[in-house]
Design a binder for this molecule. Structure first.
Ligand code: GKR
Ligand code: MG
Length: 435
């Protein structure tokens, strides 16, 4: 087939659709997930009428940047991916959106203007790649240089959770039930293994005192001997507590993820334990790599195309990790099928993907694509269809958008602490370290 004329790849329209999608009551160190979580769906339409889709965070702070970027994008080619960064640079991030200390930095480190911009760019970059791939008749992985594997492995992402959202907050009810102790965590892992075939397991920690979480990981090791296990308290522990946990679990952990908050603390822990440390909190931008690698603070970096500014930047991160002998894995936040397709396309192209990727997807009962992606034997097949290989379900998109329109503002910005206050009115976001 012949290449399309560049003019046909010029963007004639950009549509932004903020949504609220159902989310179960998953617990983390800051609180509990709200019944619905915001996501943003980005659509770019080319002069030839080809539509590409992307997905990113949907909280107000991202929408504020996405709207002007959408306006600026009209008239640019879907192939001008470097140009996205230049366009986004010119967009002002309000000072109130930026944080200065890691202690209040939430679950992804300190919130900076650059991180916000990069997270927005990622949704647009994926949409452009999808449109370009569809126009050229090529899967996104081909536009990234081609896949090096046919299947991408994922790990089960276990959460302590309640059976339903605290009374009065509504939400969709699933049939997973509560998991608040080792037996509950093991039962959850068994269902993940049976349904999706996952063979490695990550437990979101930082919820209960560390010895209870050690017991849960021990129980997992007893039930699934020899399987790779990870524990991630999102920086909730002090350096001594992190070392205690590492010592107790050193024989069963594949890695310990963000045991403590900040690069210096991670370096102190890393110096005294043989357990590899992974992060999606202290290395989340290119600027943070140098200090962390020089201090040998992390042995595995969790890529996430939303954080890093898209699929091509994810590949750049992979190349840096490869160069420095640092392992690579993939982080996930709550996301839908468009993002999972994008994660799988990029993961397929990275030679040094050393560990199974994280995904929240099994927890999402709602999606905006016509056919849900299905994990088989713990992995996803890499789609060969043009673009991302997913199709937007416009009816569902409209329903979830209407939910966003109907919301009085309480759910449009993810706030795990306020959801927790429904159950415990005295709850405040804990300062780190908690233990
Ligand atoms: O969904 O509660 C959650 C997670 O804690 C998420 O927000 C984190 O970003 O999954 C993440 C992680 O690995 O830190
Ligand atoms: Mg993490």
């Amino acid at each position: 087939r012949t290449s399309p004329a560049p003019q046909s790849l010029v963007i004639s329209q950009v549509r932004l659709t903020p949504l609220l999608v159902a989310d179960p009551p998953l617990l983390n160190t800051q609180g509990v997930h709200q019944p619905y979580t915001p996501r943003l769906i980005v659509e770019v339409v080319t002069a030839d009428g080809v539509t590409g889709v992307g997905e990113t965070y949907g909280d107000s702070k991202y929408l504020e940047l996405a709207r002007p970027l959408a306006d600026k994008l009209v008239g640019h080619s879907v192939t001008d991916l470097n140009g996205l960064f230049t366009l986004a640079d010119g967009i002002t991030v309000h000072a109130s959106r930026v944080e200065s200390s890691v202690d209040v930095g939430g679950l992804r480190g300190v919130q900076t203007a650059d991180k916000l911009r990069l997270s927005v760019i990622s949704g647009f970059e994926v949409a452009c790649l999808d449109a370009w791939g569809k126009a050229a008749g090529l899967p996104v992985h081909a536009l990234l240089g081609g896949k090096v594997r046919d299947r991408v492995e994922y790990s089960a992402y276990l959460f302590y959770r309640w059976g339903r959202h605290p009374q009065g907050t509504g939400g969709e009810i699933d049939d997973w039930g509560a998991a608040v102790d080792p037996a509950g965590v093991v039962a959850q892992a068994e269902r993940f293994a049976e349904t999706f075939g996952f063979t490695s397991f990550k437990l979101k920690g930082g919820v209960f005192p560390p010895d209870q979480e050690i017991a849960a990981v021990r129980a997992l090791a007893g039930r699934f001997p020899g399987r790779p296990l990870r524990l991630d308290p999102n920086g909730a522990w002090s350096v001594p507590t992190s070392l205690h946990v590492a010592e107790e679990l050193r024989d069963v952990l594949e890695y310990l993820e963000d045991p403590t908050s900040g690069t210096s603390g991670m370096a102190e822990v890393a110096a005294k334990t043989p357990v590899p440390l992974a992060t999606n909190m202290c290395v989340t931008t290119f600027g943070e790599i140098r200090e962390a690698f020089v201090k040998d603070a992390v042995q595995v970096v969790l890529s996430d195309h939303h954080y890093w500014g898209g699929l091509r930047n994810t590949r750049e991160l992979a190349a840096i990790c490869r160069t420095f002998g640092v392992g690579l894995s993939m982080h996930s936040n709550t996301h839908l099928g468009i993002s999972l397709a994008a994660m799988t396309q990029v993961a397929a192209t990275v030679p040094n993907l050393d560990h199974a990727c994280d995904s929240h997807y099994p927890w999402q009962t709602e999606d905006v694509i016509t056919e849900r992606l299905t994990f088989r034997e713990g992995a996803l097949d890499v789609s060969e269809a043009p673009g991302l290989g997913v199709e937007l379900d416009r009816e569902k998109l409209a329903v979830f958008h209407q939910r966003w329109l109907d919301d009085d503002g309480t759910l449009r910005d993810r706030d795990d602490a306020s959801a927790m206050r429904v159950a415990d009115p005295d709850w405040t976001t804990p300062r780190l370290p908690r233990w």
